[in-house]
Design a protein around this ligand. Structure first.
Ligand SMILES: [Zn+2]
Length: 145
């Protein structure tokens, strides 16, 4: 059992492994940009990184930079983590980015009990390891603890 209270740093499990499909996303994250693909045929955003559009099966996907601004679409607070050594509690959330796409991430810089659905958030990049910037989200406005 870990100590009560907000985790001192973001919850890290296994770090992401860049692949041929996701290397643009992770390369952008290194320089603190949130990269997402958009289909040139149906104009929908595609995330997670893919080789074909899941909506129309086109392979015409173009990388774009997201504003990184959005709202919490849904969330949960994890009190018992399946990953040994990860501090709890922490918040896992689906973020609805303002361009209309969704991303699973963590909410940081906010006590878990103050995080809520609909809360405006903005991306921040956590240097989890050399060469790895993890896109996490924090409240768009200051939240008192
Ligand atoms: Zn498409």
């Amino acid at each position: 059992m870990t100590a009560a209270g907000p985790a001192a740093e973001p919850p890290f499990g296994p770090l992401p492994q860049s692949t041929a499909v996701s290397e643009v996303h992770w390369g952008a994250a290194k320089i603190e940009r949130l990269a997402v693909q958009r289909c040139d045929q149906c104009q929908r955003y595609v995330f997670n990184p893919a080789t074909t559009c899941p909506y129309c099966l086109s392979a015409d996907l173009t990388w774009r930079t997201s504003s990184g601004r959005g709202v919490i679409h849904t969330m949960t607070t994890v009190h018992r983590t399946p990953t040994p050594g990860v501090g709890t509690p922490y918040v896992v959330a689906v973020i609805e980015l303002e361009e209309g796409w969704y991303m699973l991430s963590n909410i940081i810089d906010c006590p878990p009990e103050r995080v809520s659905i609909g809360m405006p958030v903005t991306v921040t990049f956590w240097p989890a390891a050399p060469g790895i910037g993890l896109p996490l989200f924090k409240p768009a406005t200051e939240v008192s603890s």
